[in-house]
Design a protein around this ligand. Structure first.
Ligand SMILES: Cc1ncc(COP(=O)(O)O)c(C=O)c1O
Length: 400
């Protein structure tokens, strides 16, 4: 008996080539492992402390008042106005909330909608490495080729020549995340100037991810790239409520971009998700009107957490790359003598009771992050205290 020739459907992979090119998020996998092992989750960057009372109240009120249907797809008018008012305070730049803003479901959707709006398959996107893990899959989804520029520890500086070489005549955009996840780097005005120069030389857009904009320490200041000369018309500024108001589950983010680009982002966003949650945008108006003191206190509380974690991690044998922004600490784990970051992270979650992110998930080549892990410290004092107690069980090589 001769076998039937395979059918076309049998020969094909059940999933798309794009879906085969990236794996599930390592960070969210670590969160699940933390749950399974009863470990403290210092992997995923979400606060375990309450969101501001006034913001929660505003959301409850909005739902009670029946703000429960679709909003304008590109964002509730009042929310966009509040974002524009905050933006002018932060940058000195006036934006038109009717033509230059799109509200999406978190910074995550905002980034993919932006890339889909400006990228054609084969276009190149410059990404700094180590990177926030979403940017790789984002590039794949929109058919872009990622070109990487290395940030070098301990200060996570880049080589201007490597930057210039990464920009080619196919470069369509550069993604700049400052303050940076995972490194805690805050890009200086001078560094941003070098990036702006390359954008102007090649006609590329800068897409900034400024979700940690209010979290800078040690006198470092956040500089919005859009404020640099000549960058107003070639920057898409992305931000979200997630981190600033401790509401990562609300899924409200936004892009500020020139009208033509905003128009394209709005179209992508409309057909991806229709709109961000209506009542939570209404609550966002309350949040965005918080006085400057709110942001000062938020930052100071995070600085205290950072300092406590730095001290505890160093005592436990980690070499820490001191972050000047955001709420993560990248560490060097060589002192513990593990062959790689994944084995060390498994040991931490199973035997010590702490989940972290293996450093390799922030690099193309796993070897580059094989002796690094990232800790998130956006947690209550009591959570951090318990984590530091557990870390004392760790033994660095050579210690007693
Ligand atoms: C740099 C960066 N961008 C975006 C996000 C996700 O933002 P959102 O929750 O608003 O989608 C995160 C979350 O950790 C992040 O670290």
């Amino acid at each position: 008996m001769t076998a039937n020739p395979p059918t076309v459907t049998a020969r094909r992979s059940p999933v798309s080539q794009k879906a085969q090119r990236f794996t599930e998020s390592v960070i969210r996998e670590m969160t699940r492992m933390a749950f399974d092992h009863g470990a403290i989750n210092l992997a995923q960057g979400f606060p375990d402390f309450p969101a501001p009372e006034a913001v929660k109240e505003a959301a409850v009120e909005a739902i009670r008042a029946d703000n429960n249907q679709y909003e304008i797809t590109w964002g509730a008018r009042e929310f966009r106005r509040a974002v524009a008012a905050r933006f002018v305070r932060d940058t000195g730049l006036e934006v038109d909330p009717e033509r230059e803003m799109t509200v999406c479901c978190g910074a995550t959707e905002t980034m993919i909608a932006t890339l889909l709006a400006i990228i054609d398959p084969g276009d190149e996107v410059v990404v700094f490495e180590p990177f926030y893990e979403n940017y790789g899959p984002d590039a794949i989804i929109c058919g872009a080729v990622a070109r990487h520029v290395r940030l070098h520890p301990p200060d996570w500086n880049f080589d201007p020549q490597e930057l210039a070489a990464a920009f080619t005549d196919r470069t369509r955009a550069v993604i700049v995340n400052t303050p940076n996840n995972p490194t805690g780097k805050v890009f200086t005005r001078e560094e941003l100037g070098l990036i702006a120069e390359q954008c102007q030389r090649t006609g590329a857009y800068a897409i900034t991810d400024e979700i940690y904009q209010y979290l800078t320490y040690d006198g470092f200041q956040h500089v919005p790239l859009v404020t640099l000369p000549g960058m107003r018309e070639r920057t898409v500024t992305i931000n979200a409520m997630s981190k600033t108001y401790s509401v990562t589950g609300w899924r409200v983010g936004y892009a500020i971009a020139p009208p033509e680009v905003s128009n394209a982002i709005r179209k992508m966003h409309d057909f991806l998700t229709v709109g961000a949650p209506a009542p939570l945008q209404e609550a966002g108006v309350t949040a965005l009107k918080f006085p400057d003191e709110y942001y000062r206190q938020l930052c100071e509380r995070y600085r205290l957490r950072r300092d406590r974690m730095l001290a505890g991690l160093e005592e436990a044998g980690f070499r820490c790359f001191r972050p000047h922004g955001a709420y993560y600490i990248m560490t060097d784990i060589s002192a513990f003598g593990f062959p790689n970051d994944v084995e060390f992270a498994r040991h931490l979650v199973r035997d010590i009771g702490i989940a972290v992110v293996p450093g390799s998930s922030f690099y193309r080549d796993p070897a580059s992050g094989a002796q690094q892990v990232r800790f998130a410290y956006c947690k209550k004092d009591s959570t951090l205290d318990e984590a530091l107690v557990r870390l004392q069980k760790l033994k660095a090589n050579g210690s007693v």
